[in-house]
Design a binder for this molecule. Structure first.
Ligand SMILES: [Zn+2]
Length: 163
């Protein structure tokens, strides 16, 4: 479904929301449309792609949730050992849990089933398998979220997100 880029009153990107929420904000007078695409909903209502809040909000620090989906996205849905892009990925603990490895951004990567089975309960050193890059916590929450939706709306969004 179409996602909408939500800007602060200062035109700084704030968040990504659904178009339903965007329309609600516009109808309530809380936001205004900045960009829209072709009229998707019907002939008279156009789906916004970028909206701007009429008032300034102080952005609270938001930490990216640590979960499978976000780990796969961080790793570009690619096995971090063999480099294969796959929709059938598993979570691999670089240092196995049984060896004290933590369930954290720094110790978890996406791995294909084959590599995960091969690595089994070993460290990369013991298994002779090399990680394509050092895992870590994505630093920019918004940037991370934006890359999830950077398809059709991207041109419209880029004006506001390009730094
Ligand atoms: Zn693999």
């Amino acid at each position: 479904m179409e996602k909408v880029l939500l800007l602060n009153a200062t035109y700084e990107p704030l968040n990504v929301c659904t178009w339903q929420r965007a329309l609600k904000l516009i109808v309530k007078g809380k936001a205004e449309e900045v960009e829209h695409n072709d009229c998707l909903i019907n002939q008279t209502i156009c789906a916004p792609t970028v909206i701007r809040l009429r008032y300034y909000v102080v952005v609270p620090y938001k930490e990216l949730p640590f979960n499978k989906k976000n780990v796969y996205h961080r790793d570009n849905h690619t096995c971090q050992y063999c480099g294969k892009k796959s929709s059938d990925l598993t979570i691999d603990h670089v240092i196995p849990k049984s060896k004290g490895g933590k369930n954290s951004w720094e110790n978890v990567v996406a791995a294909c089933t084959k590599c995960n089975n091969k690595k089994a309960n070993k460290t990369p050193l013991e298994s002779g398998m090399k990680l394509s890059k050092k895992p870590g916590r994505p630093t920019n929450y918004l940037e991370f979220e934006l890359t999830k939706y950077s398809s059709e709306n991207f041109d419209d969004w880029q004006k506001y997100t390009a730094s």
